[in-house]
Ligand binder design. Structure first.
Ligand code: NAD
Ligand code: MG
Length: 383
């Protein structure tokens, strides 16, 4: 495999660090061009000293001075602010790992798409709030969008994308998060610590809460709709608590192809970094004999309202997906900081969806208008 240059936006997060773990083990395959973070300045500086990028950016301008001091004498250029993060994404590199959480990842990801890069996409929120725009830009600029999300990466690996007529449906599997077996009544009082304790995956706080509400699976249904040549009613969700089958494609002849693996994000990340080749990953091998049995069940849309709301938002189109995403980001933050209860997350998203009356976004400016309107509304509902 030829040496590839890599920029990671969101380098200090769970996906960012898993990506750097692979780079650390394969120094002959990758060189780091740029790294960015939101607030974790000392972590970012330590990564910069280790991986020696040309450029690092911190979104929080209050941390600029500290970053400069930490990197003094290294020759590594640094800057601060959301524009600096975008500058990092614009720098020429073979691959951009889009590992920022939330709609904040939209502009950096879009800039990498516009320069025709190979984009390893972890940031699902950017497809939820601006999927049509993003996919138009991918096409127009000859970029490659490779899904990092384990379900979409699984489908990417088994889908014959050039033969959409041969596909009957795609099935996204869902672990169900920590509350799969709990009663709805008992969900009223769950704490942030319980919600982020995912049984199978070690992830950032926001996606962990989304996994507990099943909003994550809802966002993934919308993500799949934009990534793959399927209609909305060809995307189904299946609960599979062991997280071994990462997703599957059923063809019209009755053949179903699935991708399996240990629940370790380094597997789908490596598949994107090495694409179209493959590279070794130090993950546990899949030991099906010791796992013993794989189980499945239908999702409970009444108990996990967020999944139903996301499906409705996809169906409604227009401003609904961007509204769903923004209201959810605000509500999850309020839950994590103890301002609302777990079940309030879906209520706030639902209320925001009924109150927003805006048309489908046809420009990036529109997307941000919808996003900001929905954030105001959700914040007001929380207050
Ligand atoms: P995380 O919270 O661990 O990390 C988020 C990263 O984004 C950090 O580096 C942070 O500094 C940066 N960031 C946050 N806000 C920012 C802002 N306003 N401006 C610039 N940078 C900002 O999140 P994560 O779990 O790594 O998830 C990242 C993305 O990948 C999410 O969209 C998530 O849905 C997706 N994803 C994650 C996993 C996983 O296993 N963690 C799996 C599938 C998909
Ligand atoms: Mg996923």
């Amino acid at each position: 495999m030829a040496l590839k240059s890599l920029t990671i936006v969101g380098a200090t997060g769970s996906v960012g660090l898993s990506t750097l773990d692979l780079v650390r083990r394969s120094p002959d395959r990758f060189e780091i061009k740029a790294l960015t973070a939101n607030k974790r300045v000392s972590e970012l500086a330590a990564l910069a000293k280790e991986f020696r990028p040309d450029f690092v950016a911190i979104a929080d301008t209050n941390k600029h001075k500290e970053l400069k001091e930490l990197l003094a004498g290294t020759g590594i250029e640094c800057a601060a602010g959301s524009e600096a993060v975008i500058e990092a994404a614009k720098l020429s590199s073979d691959i951009l790992m889009a590992a920022i959480v939330g709609a904040a990842g939209l502009r950096p990801t879009l800039e990498a798409v516009r320069r025709g890069a190979t984009v390893a996409l972890a940031n699902k929120e950017c497809l939820v709030c601006a999927g049509d725009l993003m996919m138009q830009e991918v096409k127009a600029n000859g970029a490659h969008l490779l899904p990092v999300d384990s379900e979409h990466n699984a489908i990417f690996q088994v889908l014959e994308a050039d033969r959409p007529d041969a596909v009957h449906k795609i099935t996204l599997t869902a672990s169900g998060g920590p509350f799969l077996g709990r009663s709805e009544e008992s969900l009223k009082s769950v704490t942030p610590a319980e919600a982020v304790a995912h049984p199978n995956w070690d992830m950032g706080a926001k996606i962990s809460v989304d996994s507990a509400t099943l909003m994550n699976k809802g966002l993934e249904v919308i993500e799949a709709y934009h990534l793959f040549p399927v209609e909305k009613d060809q995307i189904s969700v299946l609960m599979h608590p062991q997280s071994v089958i990462h997703s599957m494609v059923e063809y019209i002849d009755g053949s179903t192809l699935a991708q399996l693996g240990s629940p370790d994000m380094r597997i789908p990340i490596a598949s994107c970094l090495a694409w179209p080749e493959r590279m070794p990953v130090p993950a546990n091998t899949l030991d099906l004999a010791s796992i013993g049995s794989l189980t499945f069940q239908e999702p409970n849309y009444e108990k996990f309202r967020c999944l139903a709301l996301a499906r409705d938002a996809l169906e409604a189109g227009g401003a609904a997906p961007a509204t769903l995403n923004a209201a959810n980001e605000v509500a999850v933050d309020a839950f994590l900081t103890g301002r609302i209860g777990f079940l309030d997350i879906s209520s706030i998203v639902e209320e925001a969806l009924t109150q927003i009356d805006m048309k489908a976004p046809h420009s990036l400016a529109n997307v941000f208008e919808i996003d900001s309107e929905a954030r105001h509304l959700a914040s007001a509902l929380i207050a």
